[in-house]
Design a protein around this ligand. Sequence first.
Ligand code: ZN
Length: 254
Amino acid sequence: MESNAVMHVTVWNEFIHERSMPVVQKNYPEGIHRVLASAIEQRWGANVSVHCATLDQPLHGLSDDVLAKTDVMLWWGHAGHDKVADSIVDKVQRRVLEGMGLIVLHSGHASKIFRRLMGTTCMLRWREADEKERLWIVSPGHVILDGIQGEYFELAASEMYGELFDIPQPDELLTVSWFEGGEVFRSACTFRRGKGKIFYFSPGHETYPIYHDFNVQRIITNAIAWARPTDGTVQLAGRNIKQPLSPIAPNTPS
Ligand code: ZN
């Protein structure tokens, strides 16, 4: 893909808590997806086309057409993981292997698609106690951390996510979070599967206005540019290559 081509981003949100919990409604009156979508549009302007999709739409808003044209998908889910159809999970996984970027947010760690792509339980320790979260930068200079000032940044109140986070070793670890109660967590991790790039970022509990935070928005919008597909025609499918590229010398018995 040309680096100046418009990025097609799909923000997927299960959109359940915002319609049933007043505190979440207050943080995100139109849904988490709308706040993320406007942050992405503000950041990338004419270079991005953002589409929102939610669980209750036909095919969860992820028709073959939408999937085919999506360069990068964001995924926020929590209460509705089990309601996501396996057939859609299959298709999203296939698109990741083909090169679609996937950004998995917060409780999306337990989504079917993330667990499928990781191959582990993706479980962790958690606690809801309005704790301060301090995210330490451990990959300085990484493009996903572009614009983040200082050695760490903080969220005044966050849900604690703690180790052990049962994921495969990430390709890159960008931030380590410390929580007031003592736990630590690998809060920003990258992976690659097939041609696709995957970014997991843990802040984002729905009862806190975390997706309004500048640093959080900056990291997510940076990650979109990082995760977009790259050009290349290498095929993933297995093939029996009967014709060698170069002549193969006859095997001479010794
Ligand atoms: Zn949460």
